[in-house]
Design a protein around this ligand. Structure first.
Ligand code: HEM
Length: 515
């Protein structure tokens, strides 16, 4: 009896102690963060920002509207071109909120602002320990990996490979669209089309609309984007928590294992049938480049295309390349549907190509109005309106403020694209703003038109994305005419579901085959 009593007493004391420990740890963290932030503010002249709660920072500002760029834009009205904001749990970032500030940081000080945050547990997990392009820090291996990937992309851009696979992927999806006799949501068709182009390019496979692998891939890409960018996971606040079975961390791990497993099968299949002289797709191109690098004596060069790096480059292509391209195409369809005069001009220009339409990649100079429409869509609705976060690689200054080494930085491209000091009536869809009075295209000002960002970290897929968007939309508008059902108000408000992307809400559209 005495032993049982003692045991109960011990258990009671232990449970009180464990409660105290958790409380003490939390209070300790709060005090530590406050002291650190006070000391940092004293030592440096940091950009201003909204008042912050202890631990939670400005967490509640982001709870109301999940869209990061929208919150940045709102804060920018009070704090100007450069400010500091805290997502919570010490996750502080500096936001660049004007064309001047982004240009100074990403272009004039490009080497300093080219870093990525290698402390993040979730980005590290997803990128296999930062072995990809998007999350890896700036350095010689990353540079080479990026160059090799661009080289592999170029094999598609240089010849007719991209156009012929785009045409065949388009034909399959156009047949499905033609079957739609009632107004419908075109989301799944556009995504199927883009997935099929990207997956044919990456590993030579295309899908049917109801094929389980396609449905899985589409859902997984959405889930991964949501999980990766949807708030803080506990191990990113306290690294030791990565060893604990916390639901959000487990979800992240499961998802990562699933996508890595998927790409691994594709890579292993390719290795079995790989022939040096006959590169079938991007995996083969990368394997070929890897073979060439094996003879190199420089370890950095060899390291830039290990199997793990090829695998994670493929993941980047899917995660950074599919939703961005589909969202841009969906916005374009919506803007054109809402502007019959613009649609008529597009049809006239495309019809005027005659036989040249069979070689779209050579028609860019004849499609000036159409190009202006694409630029205007990407200005109005940039697919990644706040890009990915950068990190400074050494102490620097920006806009008169100190930016210490290791500062996390976001650029708000949305504000630049909607700045009335740069664009006349920025909320009006007006492709003509990109044209001279004689109808020729104005030179693009890459300081103010930045859907793909700028500097060292500029989107690696820009050329591929722009070629894809041009060809898919040319094929689409040559074949179809679009409109909104009468009485239905088009919804141009970007979805509030996504933190870093700018996606249209689901809505119905009428698509008619032209004569
Ligand atoms: C309309 C389509 C697209 C838009 C608007 C877009 C936009 C962007 C933006 C804003 C960034 C962040 C740059 C920064 O951190 O400063 C980015 C990065 C990236 N994008 Fe894209 N992107 C598009 C399509 C693609 C495609 C098709 C691919 C691949 C095939 C791709 C691959 C990447 C990669 C790998 C990165 C990381 C680059 C790095 O960290 O060096 N993107 N993109």
């Amino acid at each position: 009896m005495v032993i049982i009593d003692r045991t109960f007493q011990m258990m009671h004391i232990l449970s009180i102690l464990s409660l105290l420990t958790v409380k003490t740890v939390l209070v300790g963290i709060a005090v530590f963060l406050l002291v650190m932030s006070y000391l940092q503010r004293k030592k440096y002249k940091l950009p201003p920002g909204p008042p912050q709660l202890p631990i939670l920072g400005n967490y509640f500002a982001f709870r109301k509207d999940g869209r990061m760029y929208a919150v940045f834009t709102k804060l920018g009205k009070s704090f100007g071109d450069i400010f500091t904001v805290n997502f919570g749990f010490g996750n502080t970032v500096v936001v660049l909120n004007s064309a001047e500030m982004v240009h100074e940081a990403f272009v004039e000080k490009k080497e300093i602002f080219a870093g990525r945050d290698e402390m993040s547990w979730k980005f590290g997990l997803f990128s296999g320990g930062f072995r990809d392009i998007a999350f890896a820090n700036y350095g010689p291996v990353w540079k080479l990996q990026r160059q090799m990937t661009l080289k592999a992309f170029r094999t598609y851009l240089a010849g007719d490979k991209l156009e012929s696979l785009t045409r065949s992927a388009f034909e399959e999806v156009a047949t499905l669209i033609e079957k739609e006799t009632e107004p419908f949501d075109i989301d799944v068709h556009i995504r199927l089309l883009v997935f099929n182009i990207v997956s044919r390019m990456a590993f030579g496979k295309s899908y049917k609309i109801d094929e389980p692998e396609f449905v899985w891939l589409k859902t997984t890409v959405d889930n991964a984007i949501e999980t990766l960018f949807g708030g803080v996971v506990p191990p990113d606040v306290i690294p030791a928590l990565k060893h604990f079975p916390i639901p959000s961390s487990l979800k992240m791990k499961r998802l990562t294992n699933d996508v890595i497993g998927f790409q691994k099968t594709k890579l292993e299949d390719h290795k079995i049938n790989f022939k040096s002289g006959d590169a079938r797709d991007i995996i083969d191109q990368l394997l070929l480049l890897k073979e060439e690098l094996t003879a190199e004596s420089d370890d950095n060069i060899k390291e830039s295309l290990t199997d793990a790096r090829i695998l994670h480059t493929l993941l980047d292509i899917f995660f950074a390349g599919t939703n961005t391209t589909s969202d841009t195409l969906k916005w374009m369809i919506m803007y054109v549907a809402d502007n019959p005069k613009i649609q008529a001009k597009i049809h006239k220009e495309l019809d005027g190509l005659g036989k040249d339409f069979d070689n779209l990649r050579h028609c860019k100079s004849k499609l000036t109005y159409f190009e202006a429409v694409q630029r205007e869509v990407m200005r109005m609705r940039p697919a990644a309106p706040a890009g990915l976060r950068h990190q400074t690689l050494c102490d620097t200054k920006l806009g008169g403020y100190d930016i210490p080494k290791g500062t996390l930085v976001y650029a708000n491209f949305w504000t630049i694209h909607h700045d009335p000091n740069i664009w006349e009536s920025p909320e009006v869809f007006k492709p003509e703003r990109f044209l001279s009075t004689d109808g020729s295209l104005k030179e693009l000002d890459n300081k103010v038109w930045v859907p793909f960002s700028s500097g060292k970290r500029k989107c690696v897929g820009e050329a591929l994305a722009r070629a894809n968007i041009m060809m898919i939309s040319a094929l689409f508008f040559r074949r179809f005419k679009v409109s909104f059902p009468s009485g239905q108000k088009p919804d141009f408000e970007p979805s509030k579901l996504y933190e870093i992307s700018c996606s249209p809400n689901h809505q119905k559209i009428i698509v008619q085959k032209r004569n």
